[in-house]
Design a protein around this ligand. Structure first.
Ligand SMILES: CC(C)(COP(=O)(O)OP(=O)(O)OC[C@H]1O[C@@H](n2cnc3c(N)ncnc32)[C@H](O)[C@@H]1OP(=O)(O)O)[C@@H](O)C(=O)NCCC(=O)NCCS
Length: 164
């Protein structure tokens, strides 16, 4: 698997993954019918590093890395990950997570925070815990899950000052 910075030519592949991930309304707050242009504008914002993971020349996942806050909070990174439904459980999420932590360190971030991990999203919660993140807060009923109704969301955090 090859992970590299994304470019304009990856937009179609990223959008395919993005829309498949948001459609069920179970992991991200984005409206399940979010328009393509809005999604790509968010994924390629000026303060954002955008990556894709390729397997056999096909884009199977994408992630973004950015400062979680401006200025005096900008030493803490934030990131978001999406793996194609057809490529789940094959290690792409873990590889991107590890890559992201290395990139964040390389770029000088001191910690990483996920602001909104849906508590029912077991694959994500488990993966982030395995990569050294702790649940530092619970936002009660903060996510309106398309099937389960109002469920909790976690704030997850880890320092980057120790080796992964
Ligand atoms: C979360 C996500 C990125 C994981 O990517 P993935 O490529 O499927 O995960 P991997 O194959 O790398 O698996 C890594 C770990 O994730 C966890 N995991 C993956 N699939 C899982 C499942 N079905 N149930 C429980 N844990 C699971 C496990 O901890 C696994 O490690 P293990 O196999 O050693 O136990 C992917 O499921 C995804 O894109 N989900 C939709 C979007 C999303 O939820 N993004 C994260 C928002 S915080």
């Amino acid at each position: 698997m090859n992970i590299r910075q994304a470019n304009k030519a990856d937009e179609d592949a990223i959008w395919d993954i993005f829309r498949a991930v948001i459609a069920p309304g179970d992991t991200y707050v984005f409206a399940p019918n979010m328009p393509r242009e809005e999604a790509l504008a968010y994924w390629f914002r000026a303060d954002t590093y955008t990556y894709v993971a390729e397997s056999d020349g096909r884009v199977v996942g994408t992630y973004i890395l950015k400062p979680n806050q401006p200025a005096l909070g900008s030493h803490v990174a934030n990131a978001a990950f999406m793996v194609s439904p057809s490529a789940r459980g094959l290690g792409a999420g873990r590889r991107m997570g590890e890559h992201c932590l290395a990139e964040a360190r390389r770029l000088g971030f001191r910690a990483m925070q996920f602001n909104f991990v849906v508590a029912t999203n077991e694959p994500a919660v488990r993966l982030w815990q395995q990569l050294g993140f702790s649940i530092v807060g619970t936002l009660p009923s903060a996510f309106h899950h398309a099937q389960r109704g109002f469920v909790d969301a976690y704030v997850m955090f880890r320092t980057l000052e120790t080796v992964v």
